[in-house]
Design a protein around this ligand. Structure first.
Ligand SMILES: Cc1cc2nc3c(=O)[nH]c(=O)nc-3n(C[C@H](O)[C@H](O)[C@H](O)COP(=O)(O)OP(=O)(O)OC[C@H]3O[C@@H](n4cnc5c(N)ncnc54)[C@H](O)[C@@H]3O)c2cc1C
Ligand code: FES
Ligand code: FES
Length: 507
């Protein structure tokens, strides 16, 4: 059985198909049709709901695509749907939640189909900020919501205006309610008891099962006895398989309830990121250490996708166009795999074998990704080429890392996505750059080696010729980026030799 809160109601579910999405459950089983289905694949945001996790006694809320998240993964959580924002039958403007009122007053809705999704994304933003967080934060919050008729200006205005109303107008949301507090106590007690009794919560229907192991040893034992079962973390890849390809697995094992897979640690060796940790829970710290990767991650899906998706899911999925793999291969990361047979750690660069084939054995799980401590001389350059800025998968992704010593590049690693059947190192490019002076000529010369390293395919995202050309062009961009950095430091560290070269390149 699983238990969670829907608005301020306790829900207990026992018998359900493991592949059921929250959206299907809400609309079909619960008759709550406020959350809309536009695309059923995470692209439009019409289904956005808010999901809360109780962390150290505090609820932390995030926007999620209900069409992707599976009902089983709601265990122990608080699901808020658009129906809960205003409970009055015939509300006045003042009765509405501030985000709803602002959308009305700013004319943020026309046909209204996308509106519940926008409202819930804005509601998550509102819950997480005491005051207007600025246009950038709003654009991030709404990057996964599409509107075909209103135009975005009125919605952006509403996002600002909702913070101008008195804060107490938000109090009709369920957790101000006494009944809600009681339900939370019941829920936490039940979860504690199940944990102490070493029980594995699950949903089942016929021969279909959704298991929620509570620790790594339970998880490995389950996988050993059901080698064909599939792991599920955020389900942002898996649910698309269900909804678009109608390809289901009868047995799913959630990796989200094992603390061992949900950690983020920093020590002398470097960073250790739990494979099941959602992106949004580690990106802030990660990007403080690797600010060069900020844009790459900001453009990974939408906020709803980053609130659900995990590194383990991306790496296990082994998509040739996943964005994290080139970055972590360039950073020389290792991945930790575990099964009942024991643990092994392998280089991420060696993990991918062929199109969607990896070294992961049937009984193994990815536990964590280990990234070596950043050297002060490390330079990093990350580039994503996609048709849209927000919420779009790469046609090409290129990450170059190197150490700069006396103006020369050493330990060069160049990893690319979208160029082969798997994310891969551009070994000849790296060879051509190692030991060379950092300048445009050497970068352009090395870029020609891309033809030796890769023979990319043509597909809906880009042609082979485009992929080859754009990835070579990125080496010009890498130079201009480096030039910018060098010029910033011009008066401090830069050697006169490099200054002379910049002068010549600029001419
Ligand atoms: C609208 C949309 C936009 C997207 N945009 C991008 C983008 O811009 N860039 C990008 O890179 N990706 C993008 N994705 C893909 C996806 O979000 C990522 O690949 C994500 O990291 C997958 O993680 P997950 O936790 O959701 O994986 P899941 O869907 O839960 O799992 C994916 C696969 O990994 C397996 N798995 C999960 N965890 C583990 C584990 N710990 N050990 C072993 N196997 C495991 C599962 O069995 C499954 O086969 C997008 C997806 C959508 C729907
Ligand atoms: S229905 Fe489009 S994102 Fe869920
Ligand atoms: S109001 Fe019609 S799609 Fe947004």
């Amino acid at each position: 059985m699983i238990q969670f809160l829907l608005n301020n109601e306790m829900i207990e579910l026992k018998s359900f198909a493991p592949s059921l999405s929250i959206l299907d459950w809400l609309r079909t089983n619960m008759g709550r049709a406020g959350s809309k289905e536009g695309c059923a694949s995470g692209d439009c945001g019409a289904c956005t709901v808010v999901v809360g996790d109780l962390i150290n006694g505090q609820w932390q809320y995030k926007s999620i695509n209900a069409c992707l998240m599976l009902v089983g993964n709601l265990h122990g959580k608080h699901l808020i749907t658009v129906e809960a924002l205003t409970t009055k039958v015939d509300p006045t403007l003042e009765d509405l939640h501030p985000v709803q009122r602002a959308m009305v007053e700013c004319h943020g809705s026309q046909c209204g189909f996308c509106t519940p999704g926008f409202i819930m994304s804005l509601f998550a933003l509102y819950m997480n900020h005491n005051q207007y967080p600025g246009k950038e934060a709003v654009i991030q919050a709404l990057g996964g919501n599409l509107c075909r008729c209103t135009g975005y200006q009125p919605i952006l205005k509403a996002a600002k205006k909702c913070f101008s109303y008195p804060k107490q107008a938000a109090q009709n949301i369920s957790h101000q309610d006494h009944r809600f507090s009681q339900q939370v106590s019941v829920l936490t007690e039940t979860l504690k008891k199940a944990l102490l009794a070493n029980q594995i919560p699950m949903l089942e229907e016929g021969d279909q099962h959704f298991y929620l192991p509570q620790n790594l040893s339970q998880l490995c034992a389950l996988k050993a006895s059901h080698p064909q079962a599939q792991f599920v973390a955020g389900a942002t890849d898996l649910s698309v398989e269900f909804s678009q390809r109608l390809s289901y697995n009868n047995k799913l094992i959630s990796v989200r309830y094992c603390p061992e897979l949900m950690q983020f640690n920093e020590d002398q060796q470097g960073l250790h990121i739990g494979a099941a940790l959602p992106y949004s829970e580690f990106l802030e710290r990660f990007c403080e250490i690797y600010p060069e990767s900020h844009e790459l991650f900001e453009r990974l899906g939408s906020l709803q996708i980053r609130n659900a998706g995990s590194l383990g899911g991306s790496i296990a999925n082994a998509s040739p166009i996943g964005d994290p793999a080139p970055l972590f291969i360039a950073l020389n990361a290792n991945i930790e795999l575990q099964s009942c047979r024991g643990q092994r750690v392998i280089a991420l660069a060696d993990f991918f074998m062929d199109y969607r084939k990896t070294q992961l054995a049937d009984d193994e799980v990815i536990v964590a990704i280990h990234i070596p401590k950043r050297e002060t001389t490390l330079q990093l350059s990350c580039h994503k080429i996609s048709k849209r800025i927000e919420d779009d998968i790469s046609a090409v992704c290129l990450v170059l890392s190197y150490q700069l010593d006396n103006d020369k590049m050493h330990n060069v690693r160049c990893a690319m996505g979208g160029m082969a059947a798997t994310p891969a190192l551009a070994k000849n490019v790296a060879k051509a750059l190692n030991g060379q002076i950092l300048n445009l000529e050497n970068l352009q010369h090395a870029a020609q080696q891309i033809d030796v390293d890769f023979q990319p395919l043509s597909d809906v995202r880009a042609s082979s010729t485009y992929r080859l050309q754009v990835s070579k062009n990125l080496f010009d961009r890498i130079w201009f980026q480096a030039l910018g950095k060098i010029q910033l430091k011009q008066n401090t560290q830069i050697s006169s030799a490099i200054q002379t070269r910049i002068h010549h390149e600029a001419l």
